[in-house]
Design a protein around this ligand. Structure first.
Ligand code: PLP
Length: 393
């Protein structure tokens, strides 16, 4: 991947990440603060982000056990919750050195959706710490609350398991996930999910009184104070991005102000080549664009392979010293062509801002998402992990 070095890179603002974490923590306290760093920290760079946030967070949350193992290389003390585990991932544990495994398991917590399966795992790994995941209305992971209460013996079995290292119960948490906070301004569905969860929490505390209860991702952390409970799990907002415009507007109408989230990511590439084409030329695959005048084209070495969506063809612009240069023609696999006719300084080596804030203008993740028919989450998480993430400021 060395061809990408210096040709394209991400500048990740440490101060923005820490500002967002501290701000969110202030808003959601006294709940413990969990930083969701799955999917390469939403494209921001997994280890870079984890190192930056370590001093500002109480928990890290990841999707897979293998992410938790990566985190363990640089951080052995912050508790880490694996939220998306499936049975196969446990094989990863079997492959670890047993000595490392024992210390590794200490800060690792795993979300499980089935108490019987949880007990199976504890037979093999008595040091695992588990959070039971409840399906309160998303219908994805999680156990059905009604079936759960019909099987009290399973819950008793789970609650009786003790971690031999800590002397405390293996079953430490209870969680659920909302289906519909960010897409609406009316929170009836989420309120019903929360009511379902809190009713179940009361029932389950009979089996294990000290459960750490958590439900809220970014949108619920911001909009539903009652959902913050013992721990919040913030992803997108931590990176300075709003879960949606609805969330931003709801926040404003509910609290009269909105927290100042600072986007932490800027994506750059250097112009590789420029050339002049005569009026009437077609630009790119499919001849989707014809220029009316003589035009100076610059080639930028980023395409859909690198995560610059093909739907941005003939839609987006990039910034060169805060001046907009439109994308002309189709986005190809590893390149785009931009119009720099009005930017005489543009030449090979000139940096181009593909995403992020310039001095006076910006290309926001929301703007790219609107052009390409998706959401800001997808725009940032799809930036190729092989591109270098440089921590700045
Ligand atoms: C990804 C995820 C989050 C974080 O969601 P954001 O909207 O990015 O804050 C929280 N909880 C679970 C279970 C998740 O999968």
């Amino acid at each position: 991947m060395s061809h990408l070095q210096n040709q394209s890179w991400l500048a990740i603002s440490r101060s923005a990440l820490r500002h967002n974490a501290n701000l969110l923590r202030q808003i959601t306290g006294p709940a413990a603060f969990g930083a969701v760093i799955k999917s390469n920290a939403y494209g921001h760079g997994f280890l870079e982000t984890a190192r930056t946030l370590e001093p500002c967070v109480d928990w890290f949350c990841v999707n897979t056990l293998s992410e938790a193992l990566d985190l363990y290389q640089i951080n052995q003390h912050t508790p880490c919750l694996v939220m998306g585990l499936n049975g196969q991932d446990l094989q990863l544990l079997a492959d670890q050195d047993p000595k490392i495994l024992k210390s590794f398991l200490r800060p690792i917590h795993v979300a499980v959706s089935d108490p019987a399966l949880a007990c199976d795992w504890l037979n093999r790994y008595p040091e695992l710490q588990l959070h039971l995941k409840i399906d309160s209305g998303l219908s994805r992971l999680g156990c059905n609350p009604d079936t759960l209460l019909q099987q009290p013996e399973q819950l008793q079995d789970l609650a009786s398991r003790i971690n031999p290292q800590s002397g405390r119960p293996n079953w430490t948490g209870l969680m659920t996930h909302f289906a519909n906070v960010e897409d609406v301004s009316e929170q009836g569905y989420a309120q019903a999910q929360l009511a379902r969860f809190t009713a179940l929490r009361q029932e389950l505390k009979r089996f294990q009184p000290a459960l750490l209860c958590h439900t809220a991702a970014s949108a619920a952390s911001l909009l539903l104070p009652a959902a913050r409970l013992d721990l919040v799990r913030c992803g997108i907002a931590l990176y300075g991005l709003w879960p949606s415009n609805e969330t931003r507007l709801s926040c404003l109408s509910q609290f009269g102000q909105i927290p100042e989230l600072r986007p932490a990511l800027r994506w750059f590439a250097r112009i590789a080549h420029t050339h002049r084409v005569p009026a009437g030329s077609s630009i790119g695959y499919g001849c989707t664009r014809r220029v009316e005048q003589d035009t100076t084209i610059a080639v930028v070495p980023v395409g859909y392979y690198e995560g610059y969506d093909r739907l941005l063809s003939n839609q987006a612009y990039v910034l060169i010293n805060d001046q907009r240069a439109p994308v002309l023609g189709r986005v190809s696999m590893n390149m785009i062509t931009i119009d720099v006719s009005l930017i005489p300084a543009a030449s090979p080596g000139t940096p181009v801002l593909l995403l992020g804030n310039g001095e006076h203008d910006q290309v926001s993740a929301e703007q790219l998402a609107a052009w390409s028919g998706t959401i800001n989450y997808e725009v940032v998480t799809r930036i190729l992990p092989a591109i270098e993430r440089r921590l700045v400021d």
